[in-house]
Design a protein around this ligand. Structure first.
Ligand SMILES: [Zn+2]
Length: 411
């Protein structure tokens, strides 16, 4: 009897001890709980077991003595960021079976966690490789964000985009064309069966002699099958016809604006909005893609076509998801993207929503992520300057915290 009592005492001691050991408290920071809630000027957050157990004015948050404390004085805290357009395709992430945990962690930090991303949507990669990286992250062996993926993208016959042909060949990656509706349905089933969280189509594929547009009935068959499985569909539009296929087939997210074809008409904006389409602007990408044109032509393209498209959709209340195309593009710094978004008329609240609440809502995760509130996952970004004053401060990341674990700490 006495021994059993002693064992119980010991068990209670260890349980309490281990429960306290992983408490993390962020104390005395300015907290933006969501894009619409008023900031808490001197606020604290207590995290236990990966979740937020308390958030509010510092005087009201009781911090257990054993908690690890981050002094938040002068710092700003928002919910963890989502990047809804990335690729697990960079040389530092491909062929993950040959990479050490340090190599993968350091590439994920350089590309994503260093910029505050706690969740990312990979919208075209090699599914088997991405699954391997996800498993290594979830096992704790690799430090990285939560990764959602579409696996291999779908394009019509002869629709391999011209700008990735060389890359696919050099890396021995083969992604088959989809020639019939039945093949499209089969591919959707296969990707989802193998773990994909969504589907990506090239509604318009850039080829040598212009844009190859996916047949509408094929796009419809693919989208219908993905939706039957409850998964979202992303589309690469390229031009207005590609955009039209995306719209008419029921696609959920446009992976880019459309640099070819001028501003979007009010009617098009209205139809996109009525279809509940989301948009990842990937504005920095155009800078990266248009290196060969003159600075004046680039500025003209941005101010006359690309920024007005984003402005029109954002002003109409269309859903914007932050997305940069990193992994295809090797420019990882996010500050330029925030400047462009601001130039397209998006304010601090709208940009914060594109990074947090909008993607959480779009991908059915609002009950767990996207805001700072009691009971939610402790996915947080700690910034060294206030983005309400200058939106490029969204890129000044001091700490990235995912499920209560520090993924990145600025040195
Ligand atoms: Zn992309």
């Amino acid at each position: 009897m006495r021994i059993r009592f002693l064992l119980l005492l010991l068990a209670t001691f260890f349980l309490c001890h281990s429960a306290r050991a992983d408490d993390l408290a962020l104390v005395g920071a300015k907290i933006y709980p969501s894009p619409t809630d008023a900031p808490i000027e001197n606020g604290s957050i207590l995290i236990h077991d990966g979740r937020i157990v308390s958030v509010g004015p510092s005087a009201s948050v009781k911090i257990p003595p054993a908690a690890k404390i981050i002094d938040g004085k002068g710092l700003i805290i928002t919910a963890g960021f989502w990047n809804s357009h990335i690729h697990i395709l960079s040389p530092g992430l491909l062929h993950a079976e040959k990479l050490t945990s340090e190599q993968i962690s350091s590439q994920l930090e350089e590309m994503l966690t260093r910029w505050g991303f706690t969740t990312v949507f990979d919208i075209a990669s090699v599914l088997e490789n991405t699954n391997l990286i996800r498993r290594r992250i979830e096992s704790g062996e690799v430090k990285g964000p939560r990764i959602l993926t579409v696996g291999e993208p779908l394009w019509a016959k002869d629709g391999t985009p011209i700008y990735i042909k060389g890359f696919l060949e050099a890396n021995h990656i083969s992604i088959p064309d989809v020639e019939t509706n039945a093949q499209g349905v089969e591919r959707v089933r296969k990707e989802i069966h193998n773990g994909a969280d969504g589907i990506k189509i090239f509604a318009g594929s850039v080829e040598q002699n212009g844009v190859l547009v996916m047949p509408l009935d094929l796009a419809k068959a693919i989208v219908a099958e993905a939706h039957r499985e409850g998964k979202p569909v992303f589309a690469h539009p390229s031009n207005q016809q590609g955009l039209e296929v995306a719209l008419q087939s029921g696609v959920d997210i446009l992976a880019h604006t459309t640099p070819d074809g001028g501003p979007w008409s009010p009617l098009l904006v209205e139809r996109l909005k009525a279809a509940h389409m989301a948009l990842t602007p990937t504005l920095t990408l155009w800078h990266f893609e248009m290196k060969t044109i003159s600075a004046a032509d680039f500025e003209k393209g941005m101010t006359e076509t690309i920024l007005p498209q984003l402005r029109a959709y954002s002003e109409a209340g269309g859903q914007i998801l932050f997305g940069t195309d990193v992994g295809y593009m090797d420019h990882f710094d996010t500050s330029e993207e925030f400047s462009w978004m601001s130039r397209a008329g998006m304010n601090f609240q709208q940009i914060l929503a594109s990074l947090t609440t909008n993607p959480a809502e779009r991908f059915g995760d609002s009950a767990h992520r996207g805001r700072i509130a009691k009971g939610l996952e402790a996915d947080l970004v700690v910034l060294s300057a206030d983005p309400a004053l200058d939106v490029t401060a969204f890129s000044k990341v001091r700490y990235t915290i995912r499920a209560g674990k520090i993924l990145y700490a600025q040195k």
